[in-house]
Ligand binder design. Structure first.
Ligand code: SAH
Length: 367
């Protein structure tokens, strides 16, 4: 027998194209409601994706950025940041470490740098990572995801030709007013959406996402974000709670409490899973910033990807997008055992030596 609560949840889950139904699910605060939503999203994940979680080793290659996003700690105008760029050998070392551990993929992330030299540096680094990480267990080398902001189609093509095959570019919010409030006027929502389209046209698996709990952000706006992921045929989702950074113009704007932001981000993962059953969804570092178990919670709400931070120690402290970003990295303990054990407790295992591509992408391209 279904309880009244389960009947309500069932009814809402039959209206997953309806903004108000999604907003209701996202706004769940009652413990039983939340648990029912979580269990449903987890069960769906196990059915569509299976119990494997894939690692992408995250290498934060540079904090030099030409953009001035009002929430971000490494924005151009923050004079308190010591700017760095990793050397190519540092990046290649980290990538080889990943391959040796059996991580199937790396993510190269950084501030936005559109100079010709920076573009060539990335292209060359991608080519070298591919060449260095081919081995009998992964004959095509590591999968490479880039997260390097808005660039021209030509740049996206150049990096794709070099061997990158996935790209993450968060839209941050799909609400035009909210987007305008958190970015300087020269950065526009249309430009981001055009960039996502350009990435799609070049052939990348396309990832996007939003921040959750931005000052003034409503549940209806978040519901529309999820519907955007669906209508735009997004393959990969990376989202996390907004976390203020003291040296940014938004530092003093009131937000939800940390606990509320965490729960809303988890609800957002669950709802996104219900709406996009085969997408890759990451459990992100920002969840970990709000709770030591944040990442594990993300998996139990429907995430299937994690990006352990492999940025060399000396650089990591300068890539502070927000306050309280975790610096210690237990994932580089031998074989990432701590995370592996925690995943085992959730009934999940690590998919080693494989790219773990988005099923949403492969299904779409099957003919
Ligand atoms: N420059 C690249 C990637 C670096 S920033 C790009 O623009 O894609 C990666 C992500 O960190 C951003 O997309 C943003 O969603 C997130 N981020 C930045 N500042 C944040 C903050 N204060 N709280 C939470 N997430 C933040």
């Amino acid at each position: 027998m279904m309880s009244a609560m389960e009947r309500d949840l069932d009814r809402l889950c039959q209206q997953l194209d309806d903004t108000d139904a999604l907003a209701t699910l996202l706004g769940f605060t009652d413990t039983d409601d939340i648990e029912a939503l979580r269990a449903r999203a987890e069960a769906l994940t196990l059915r569509t994706i299976g119990n494997r979680v894939h690692y992408r080793g995250l290498i934060e290659i540079s904090n030099i950025c030409s953009q001035d996003c009002c929430y971000c700690g490494i924005r151009r105008s923050n004079a308190h940041v010591a700017r760095y760029t990793l050397t190519q050998p540092e990046i290649l070392d980290a990538a080889q470490w990943c391959a040796a551990q059996g991580y199937g993929s790396v993510v190269l992330q950084g501030g936005e740098n559109t100079s010709a030299a920076a573009v060539e540096f990335i292209a060359d680094t991608v080519t070298r990572i591919k060449a260095l990480t081919r081995n009998p267990r992964q004959p095509e080398g590591l999968g490479i995801t880039l997260s390097l902001g808005v660039q021209t189609s030509d740049v996206y093509r150049r990096w794709f030709a070099a061997g990158a095959h996935r790209y993450l570019l968060r839209v941050e919010t799909t609400d035009p007013q909210l987007f305008a409030r958190i970015h300087p006027p020269e950065q526009t929502l249309d430009e981001r959406i055009e960039a996502l389209q350009a990435l799609r046209d070049v052939g990348y698996q396309v990832g996007t996402g939003v921040m959750i709990g931005l000052p003034g952000q409503t549940l209806v706006q978040l519901a529309r974000d999820v519907l955007f992921f669906k209508t735009f045929e997004i393959d990969m989702i990376g989202m996390g709670p907004y976390q203020p950074h003291a040296d940014t113009p938004m530092a003093d704007e009131p937000t939800l409490s940390a606990a509320e932001r965490l729960q809303r981000a988890l609800n957002m993962i669950a709802v996104t899973r219900l709406v996009l059953p085969t997408a890759n969804i990451a459990s992100t570092t920002a969840l970990q910033a709000l709770s030591p178990e944040g990442r594990e919670l993300g998996f139990s709400y429907g995430a299937n990807i994690t990006m352990p931070n492999l940025t060399p120690e000396a650089a990591r402290q300068h890539y502070l997008l927000y306050d309280e970003k975790p610096l210690y990295n237990e994932d580089t303990e031998p074989f990432g055992d701590i995370l592996k054990r925690r995943l085992a407790k959730l009934g999940r295992e690590v998919g080693l030596h494989e790219w773990g591509d988005s099923r949403r992408f492969t299904d779409r391209h099957r003919t």
